[in-house]
Structure formats: structure tokens, C-alpha cells
Design a protein around this ligand. Structure first.
Ligand SMILES: *Cc1c(COP(=O)(O)O)cnc(C)c1O
Length: 541
């Protein structure tokens, strides 16, 4: 299996290894597989009793050539990646009522769904680098990877836990000093591994992001340190996430009597479109399901797309939208303006544009090419179309896709939003329901949307809402929703690991001004092989 960029460009296709180590294509595109593999005959019976790890091995093997990673090697990587999960099933399915289930994705080390993918990504990075270095002569400098990222909270800790202690990889995570939640800050900065570096930047999240962009754009610095990204554009993250769609399908089949027919509707709290895109791949591979439901918060660019076919940063139909939409959002100003990201109770979904949506747009563009052409011609055509759409988003802040494309998008997806008040109501309603369930505010977006669309569903529909974070991670929203409930005690949802976390020793480097030069200086001294480090990590597999 080879991969290519959604924006075409180079005629070369990449191996899985190159795809994972490169992350974002040099032309700004995202990598997708040359074909979407179909499932082996008889998978429905053969995989029925498989564990998360067994399914992961089967599904990942369809996307990774065995001459790149052998089956045994892949099995080891998968086993290591999910050892850190607290639940035997990795992603257990819990029943709320006859037609509603939650698929809990938060049993990894940082209590957020991103662990499912980042644990695997860390082990893939390590595997590739150790293998490359083993092939080198002793006199050659070993290859290394320097992961740099900005976080407002959630991604940072999942990335750190994915990469801590990995050979030949160092990780630098920038956060705005004093502006991430205390629990999240503690989760990141109490990790003691020597390859983990937290930088507390005096400035905003946008400052941190700008610095990271500057570092990546500096060709010399980038090449010297081989900068790597772990954000959700990395293909391996999408791939890792397809597995729980399959697992939940089998778990549901076992819970429902085998004679009853049902149609699954996955409801996915969505920000950058990575989680739900994995569901789209599962569907295209042949996993039986109804429509996938995109559940957004007040940052509803996707919900608006499915209404109008317009992919537009600011809502031009809303009376509150002021200013010229053609001005790139966040351009000159430093604050979060009417055109910018709205702060909500579900911060991990606060986005202006959804980076992975580009991958879906590519498939929609491909479908809309003329059938008369050969596959390669159609592919080139789709890349061209996609490139023009993305250029339009960049220059005008928006693009309108043709009607046929919107129709195609509606065949596989429904999209709805939930605002903060509805998030709070959903948390309360499910707390009071029987069985009582305490949802985090991201999961609550999904629960609200699931309820709102349920009446239009065919009778045999079973909704599976993806639960993306543990409620204790977002204590503010949960407490706000349940404060008037006498039977609610926040302490009861607090995991053991969170107790005493705030008092533990921190490792953090203060960056006094939001300047890329200061961050570069830290990386120069702290990265593997840098002046501050005596030796290159020599951990073995
Ligand atoms: C990242 C995240 C999401 C959004 O997932 P995407 O793949 O970006 O759509 C939802 N909930 C939580 C808790 C997250 O951390």
C-alpha cells in the first residue's frame, strides 16, 4: 500500500513509513491511501471474538505492506501501545438505553480519546528510527526526530504520554503560561522522562502556534532537527482510530439478540474531523452502518457545510458576524474576534477549520470526476479540484462546493451542533437518567445531538455516541451542570491518578517572551544530541 497527497503535486507515492514520518505533505496536502482496502471474506464470523488488539492487527495490516512492517513486528507494536490502557477491552461499549450506547475512548493514560492514536504513533516513530539507525555504520550520526507542538491543553498531554521515553525522539510542547487548566498543566509537566520538554510561553495559544509554524517554515532548522508533528493530520492517527468502530460493531452484535436487525448510527463529537474520518474509512471498507453523525459545538463550520455546501470560516448568514469575511481570520488582530474561534465548554472541539475535512473533500471531489477516465486521471483531477477549493478557503475564507458534491456528502453524513446550554442540559439529563451516566462536555455534545436527531431515525436504529474524554478532565463544565444535584459529588468521579497530581514535582522551562528565537535556543540545547545532553538515547526495543 502506498500513499499520496490530497493536493497531488509530486508523482511519487510514499510508503507507510514515509507517510508517518512526514506527517503533512510539503505542498500542504494530507496523505491518503491509494485505495481503500476491502475486508476479507467471512470477516464477520472470523473477527467476532477478536480483542481490540487482534482487530487492530487485521485492520492495520490492510494498510501497511508486510515488507514494511512484518506481522510479528506489527503485533508487538500494537501490544505495547495498548498495554497502558486501564480497561481490558481498551474501548468498552456501555449501554444507556435500548437504542443508545456510549463507546468509551478515554481509558488511556491521559483519559482522553487521543491516547488511542498517540500511543500507537509513538511506538511507530520509535520502531522506524531504531530500524534506520540499526542499518547505519557506527560512525554515522543516528537519525532522530524532534516533535514540536503547541497545545491549549488536551493534545499536549496525550502527545507527551505517547512519546515519553521513546528512543531517538524528543518532544517539545509549548503551552501559554497560566492559560491551560490546572489538571492539564499538571498532566503535562509532571512527566519526568528526559526526552520530554514543556515550554511555558508568556503569551497566548495563538502565539505558541505561530512559533511552531515559524520553526517548521525554517528549512535549515527543520532539516537539522528533523521536526515532526503529531497533530491529527498524521495518517497513522486516523488508521489507529478505525479499530474501535469495528470493535463496537461486534460488541453490539453480541449484546443484541442475533435475530434482531439493527442499523448503527455513530454520533461523533467533532473538531478536526479525525475521529469521524476514521469511521468514514471503516464504512468505506465495508463495516455496516447508517449515516455518520458529525456533532459540533458552537464552532459549527461543519454543521453549516452540511446545510449549505459552503465551507466557510465565519458564518456570513449570522447577524452577529461582522467585518469582511474575506479577511483571513486571526490575521492582524491578536484577540479572538467575532470571526475567530468561540470559547466553549468543550474546548478540545474549539476550531475554526477542520484540518482532516480536507481528506473527505478529496473523496467527494473524486466521486464527482467523470467515470469515463482511468483511475489515475480521476485522481489527478480530484487533486486539482481539491487544491482549488483549499486555495479559495485560504484566500477568501470560504468555498462553495457544487450541488452534486453536497448531495454525495449527505449520503454518508448528518451534521448538527450543540451549544453550551445544551451541553449542560445533556450532562444533567444523563446524570438523572437510569442508569445514571456522567458525561464530559465533549461527549455531551454527542449525546445532545443524538437525542435531537433520534426522532427522524428508522425504528431499528441503534445510536453509538463516541465518548471522548473522562468527566474528571473537564470538572468545570461537569460541576456547572450538576451543581444543584444533591446526590452529585465531584470527588466520586475523580480517578486515583488525579489525586495528588497537582502537588507533584514539575519540569517546565519558562519562555519569557513569545519569540521563536528563544524556543529555538531551548531546542538546540535540549534536543537529543544537543549541547545539554551528554549522549544519544540508546534504549532498545
Ligand atoms: C480532540 C478531541 C475531540 C475532537 O476530535 P477530532 O478528531 O479533532 O474531531 C473531541 N473530544 C475530545 C475530548 C478531544 O480531545
Amino acid at each position: 500500500m502506498k500513499y499520496f497527497s490530497t493536493r497531488g503535486g509530486s508523482d511519487e507515492t510514499l510508503t507507510f513509513e514515509e507517510t508517518v514520518l512526514t506527517g503533512l505533505a510539503p505542498n500542504g496536502g494530507l496523505y491518503i491511501p491509494e485505495t481503500i482496502p476491502s475486508l476479507p471474506q467471512n470477516w464477520q464470523n472470523e473477527w467476532m471474538e477478536y480483542s481490540f488488539q487482534d482487530l487492530s492487527l487485521e485492520i492495520l495490516s490492510l494498510y501497511i505492506s508486510p515488507n514494511e512492517i512484518s506481522r510479528e513486528e506489527l503485533q508487538t507494536i500494537i501490544r505495547k501501545s495498548y498495554e497502558s490502557f486501564r480497561d481490558d477491552q481498551v474501548t468498552p461499549l456501555k449501554k444507556l438505553d435500548a437504542s443508545t450506547y456510549v463507546l468509551e475512548l478515554f481509558h488511556g493514560p491521559t483519559y482522553a480519546f487521543k491516547d488511542v492514536a498517540l500511543q500507537l504513533l509513538g511506538n511507530l516513530f520509535e520502531f522506524f528510527l531504531l530500524r534506520r539507525n540499526a542499518r547505519k555504520a557506527q560512525t554515522e550520526t543516528p537519525e532522530k526526530l524532534t516533535v514540536v507542538g503547541a497545545t491549549s491543553g488536551d493534545t499536549g498531554s496525550a502527545a507527551i504520554y505517547g512519546l515519553r521515553g521513546k528512543a531517538n525522539v524528543s518532544i517539545f510542547i509549548l503551552h501559554p503560561k497560566g492559560k491551560v487548566s490546572p489538571i492539564q498543566e499538571a498532566q503535562m509537566t509532571t512527566v519526568a522522562d528526559s526526552n520530554v520538554h514543556n515550554l511555558a510561553v508568556k503569551g497566548t495559544f495563538d502565539d505558541c502556534q505561530d512559533i511552531v509554524k515559524e520553526l517548521f517554515a525554517d528549512k535549515e532548522f527543520n532539516a537539522k532537527h528533523r521536526l515532526g508533528a503529531v497533530n491529527s493530520i498524521n495518517w497513522a492517527r486516523i488508521l489507529a482510530q478505525t479499530v474501535y468502530y469495528f470493535l463496537s460493531y461486534f460488541h453490539l452484535r453480541k449484546q443484541l439478540s442475533s435475530s434482531s436487525s439493527f442499523e448503527i448510527q455513530y454520533v461523533v463529537p467533532t473538531g478536526n474531523f479525525g475521529d469521524i474520518l476514521a469511521g468514514y474509512f471503516a464504512k468505506r471498507m465495508g463495516l455496516p452502518m447508517g449515516k455518520l453523525v458529525v456533532a459540533t459545538n458552537a464552532n459549527d463550520i461543519l454543521a453549516r457545510f452540511w446545510k449549505s455546501g459552503k465551507y466557510e470560516k465565519s458564518d456570513s448568514t449570522s447577524p452577529s458576524a461582522d467585518g469582511d469575511a474575506t479577511e483571513p481570520a486571526g490575521g492582524a488582530s491578536d484577540g479572538k474576534q467575532a470571526d475567530g474561534v468561540k470559547e466553549t465548554l468543550s474546548p478540545a472541539m474549539d476550531i475554526l477549520v477542520s484540518s482532516n475535512f480536507e481528506r473527505l473533500l478529496w473523496y467527494l471531489a473524486y466521486e464527482n470526476t467523470s467515470n469515463g477516465q482511468g483511475v489515475l486521471e480521476r485522481r489527478t483531477q480530484a487533486c486539482k479540484t481539491l487544491e482549488s477549493w483549499m486555495a479559495s478557503v485560504k484566500s477568501d475564507g470560504r468555498v462553495q462546493v457544487p450541488t452534486e458534491v453536497l448531495t454525495a456528502a449527505r449520503r454518508d453524513f448528518i451534521a448538527e451542533k450543540a451549544v453550551d446550554m445544551q451541553i449542560l442540559q445533556a450532562i444533567k439529563a444523563h446524570f438523572l437518567a437510569e442508569p445514571s451516566y456522567i458525561a464530559d462536555p465533549h461527549t455531551a455534545v454527542g449525546l445532545h445531538v443524538a437525542r435531537a436527531i433520534a426522532k427522524q431515525n428508522p425504528e431499528n436504529t441503534v445510536q453509538i455516541v463516541l465518548s471522548t474524554a473522562h468527566p474528571a478532565k473537564f470538572s468545570e463544565a461537569v460541576t456547572l451542570a450538576l451543581t444543584s444535584q444533591p446526590s452529585f459529588e465531584f470527588d466520586s468521579v475523580l480517578p486515583e491518578e488525579f489525586r495528588g497530581l497537582l502537588e507533584r514535582e514539575r519540569r517546565v522551562i519558562d519562555v519569557e517572551r513569545p519569540e521563536s528565537a528563544l524556543v529555538k535556543a531551548v531546542i538546540e540545547t535540549q534536543a537529543i544530541g544537543g549541547k545539554g545532553q551528554a549522549e544519544v538515547a540508546t534504549a532498545s526495543v
